[in-house]
Design a protein around this ligand. Structure first.
Ligand SMILES: Cc1cc2nc3c(=O)[nH]c(=O)nc-3n(C[C@H](O)[C@H](O)[C@H](O)COP(=O)(O)O)c2cc1C
Length: 178
């Protein structure tokens, strides 16, 4: 069964938006009805069965639009399948899993979802926005470290998890039957 899935993102320099688009494409290829949209533009999530939310990380924090999204929709998110990711580390630190900022961790716990998966990010002169980003993008850290295979594999796991819950939803009495 096709599920209605929202892939929402909060991105400053565009790379997290592109990760969200890749996740959306993978879920679409698995047969789901997917909307990929900036978290700041979402007014309601009631029409979605599942939500994927991703934020870029700056100074160990999530983008304000992603945190606002979690806060605003916390009650509806508790009733849906939710997956979180964040994107940040580049260059030599690209494989370092990042911890969620405390207030995001508290919201994730309230929603009952797993901690965010970390994807490596991008910091390059051509896309850097702001004085500090442009400066850092000229240094050792500068790279597009995004791992598209890892991103696609994670989206595939979500598709598999959604099929598993679909079977459970269709046969809710199976556990009692045995
Ligand atoms: C000023 C600045 C601070 C950053 N702070 C972090 C950080 O704390 N942790 C991290 O993993 N990445 C950090 N990054 C890297 C960004 O998260 C990375 O470039 C990311 O891919 C940007 O996503 P976006 O293009 O969607 O905005 C920082 C980048 C800049 C420019």
């Amino acid at each position: 069964m096709s599920r209605k899935v929202l892939v929402a993102y909060a991105s400053k320099m565009g790379s997290t938006a592109e990760i969200a688009a890749a996740i959306g494409a993978e879920l679409r290829a698995a047969g789901h009805d997917v909307t990929v949209r900036d978290a700041a533009e979402i007014r309601s999530i009631t029409s979605y069965d599942a939500v994927v939310l991703g934020s870029a990380i700056y100074a160990r924090r999530w983008r304000p639009d992603a945190v606002r999204f979690l806060r605003r929709h916390v009650e509806e998110l508790r009733e849906r399948h939710v997956w979180l990711f964040h994107s940040g580390p580049v260059g030599p630190d690209k494989d370092e899993a990042q911890t969620m900022p405390p207030k995001v961790a508290r919201l994730a716990e309230k929603i009952g979802t797993s901690p965010a998966t970390t994807f490596a990010g991008r910091l390059e002169p051509a896309t850097a926005k702001g004085w500090l980003a442009r400066r850092l993008a000229r240094g050792d850290m500068a790279a597009d470290s995004r791992d598209w295979d890892k991103i696609a594999a994670w989206a595939d796991e979500i598709a598999i998890a959604m099929s598993a819950t679909e079977i459970a939803d269709q046969h809710p009495d199976d556990e009692e039957a045995y």
